[in-house]
Design a protein around this ligand. Sequence first.
Ligand SMILES: [Fe+2]
Length: 391
Amino acid sequence: MWQTIPFRTPKVVFGMDSARQTGAEAKGLGAQKALLVTGPSVKSSGALDAIEKSLQEAGIAFEAHILTRTTSEPTTDMAEETGRIIQEKKADLVIGVGGGSVLDVAKMAAAMTANPGKVREYFGPGKVKNKGTKAVLIPTTAGTGSEVTQHAIFLDLENNVKKAVASQAIMADVAIIDPMLTVSSPRSVTAASGFDAWLHAAEPFISKNANPITDALALEAVQRITRNLGTAWSDPKDLDARYNMSLGCLTSGFVLANAGTSLVHAMAYPIGGEFHTPHGISLSVLLLACFKAVVASKGERLKQLAVAMGENVEGLSVREASEVALEAMYNLLRSVKLPVCLSEIGITDRSKVKGWAQDAWNERRLLARAPVELTVEEIADIYTDAFDPYL
Ligand SMILES: [Fe+2]
């Protein structure tokens, strides 16, 4: 079958100490004044030092805007306020430095300078029409992939739900990925964001949107992240592990941007919205129940994931190999102390599954790519399955 495959990516600069190239990249974009958008922990970790120095050397003026938040996800008003600051300061470049939340705020704020109204008006696919202020995104975690995607996720406090803006116009102009910036990531962040990155490869791999390019990148990312997550978590200063995690995360970011997530992310939205659970945790507690639900239709793909995770499936049937893949996923989560079911994070009220299932079903953008067509009742069954541990 012949396919037409669009492939989206910003300009990417990857490598140890690549943050030192920020000034040169900003100059290349014609910038004269940059607004550095970052979080309080990034500022205090010293991660900004190399970036600020390179901007000074390139003769680019800059000011820092430190985001503070009280919720686990960024809110829509943070992006709106930051958009106003970009205009007040007359900045012609936004440089986002931080985890996925900071990067999402930075890229949406940059877009708000050329698109009127409120962020919530832009939820859904293709709603942001105009390219805003130019943006350079520099992640300090490995990571959400936000630096290379056209998505930004926000908590809409009015409705207490997480929603995504998904528009080509908010993609960064340049993504600079410097593994050195991830060395100070706390263990819990390394685990949760590293697993999120793993899933950004594995979930599209079993989705309807997969294509030969994203498949190759997905298997590479799954292999690299599975091999290195445990070391990066247990020995945060292991630079080889950090390098490989950042590379694996970048690779899975390309998969995320070009094939997209589906079932697990759709089902995680109601959990994250209601309980304000960190993104990676709301995914890890649903992973096994979701993948178990697609064994019948995607067994062959699960077998390939098992191989990418380093498992020996020689001589096994597709169903047996799928079981091996599920066990490998369980072991990956356990190896970095991530929770594997809802009850483990104190969510035990089973009367809620119907409401969550309806909310997840409404995430049509994501569920349209799910490996199998699911009814609200079937999604509710998966939530029910997710209350208890898989093994
Ligand atoms: Fe994610």
